[in-house]
Ligand binder design. Sequence first.
Ligand code: KIV
Length: 279
Amino acid sequence: MNATGEDCRVTAAELARRKGGTPIVCLTAYTAPVAKILDGHAELLLVGDSLGMVIYGFDSTRGVTLDMMIAHGDAVVRATRRACVVVDLPFGSYEASPAQACETAARVVAETGCAAVKIEGGAALAETVRVLAAEGVAVMGHVGLRPQAVPEGGRFRVHGRDAAEAEQVRADARAIAEAGAFSVVLENVVEPLARTITAEIPAPTIGIGASPACDGQILVTDDMAGMFTAFTPRFVKRYADLAGELDRAAHAYAEDVRARRFPAPEHCTPAPKEADGAG
Ligand code: KIV
C-alpha cells in the first residue's frame, strides 16, 4: 500500500504487458529479511522450490512440500510491498489433474497472498494453465530444464541441443503461453532456441541460462550472491561472496569469544546506579 492506501505492487498483468520492453528483473526469495532487501530491486520475486536444495539441503526439489512453500511464500509476501510475488507449486501437488492444480493453487494464493503460482511443464499442462487462468489464478510456466523432472542424483543438463528436443521445448513454451500463462521461464536451454521462443510466443520469457534476448532474467539469489556454493551452474554470475563474508565474520566472532574480547563493556548492561534505583 502507498500513502493514499492504493496497492502499489507490480501485477502479473503489468509484467505480461512488458513483452519486448525493458527486461524484467526477477530473483528468488525464501525468507522475510532477504525479500525485504530484494523488493527495491526486482519486479518479480519467486519463492522457488529450489529452496529445498538451497535452504533445506535436499539433493533435489522433489522433497519440498506444499506446507513449506506456503510458509516461505507467506514470509516473502509479508516482507514486501512492491514486487510481484510468485510461489512455486511443489512436485506432486498439481500434475494429476486441473482440479488438483486448482485446489493447490487456491490454498497457496489464499494462505500467502501471492500474485501468481508457477508450474513446471509444457503442452501436457496446457489445459491446467487454461483452467487456472479461467479461475483467475495468474500462472507462470516453466519449460526447458524442469528440476522437478530430475530425480535425486540426476543431472541438470542443457536442453535443446538436438533438433527434436528443441522442437519439443518450443512446442511446450507455445502451448503454455497460448493457454494463458502470463510469463514463461526458459531454463538451461541453448541460446538460439531461447531467442526463437522469445520472438514467437505472446508471453514474456524469463531466462535462466537462456539468452539476453529473453524478456526478463532470473537467478537463484543465493547463487548470484555467493551464498549457495555446493555447485554453481555455468550460467550464474556471482555478484558477491556472502558465504566468504559469513565465514570471515564467524571466524572473527569465535576468536573474540575465545580471547574474552566479546562481549566488551558496551555490550553489557551495568548495574543500576544507586540514585537510579532509589525510585
Ligand atoms: O525454483 C526455482 O528457484 C526456479 C527458478 C530457478 C526459475 O524455478
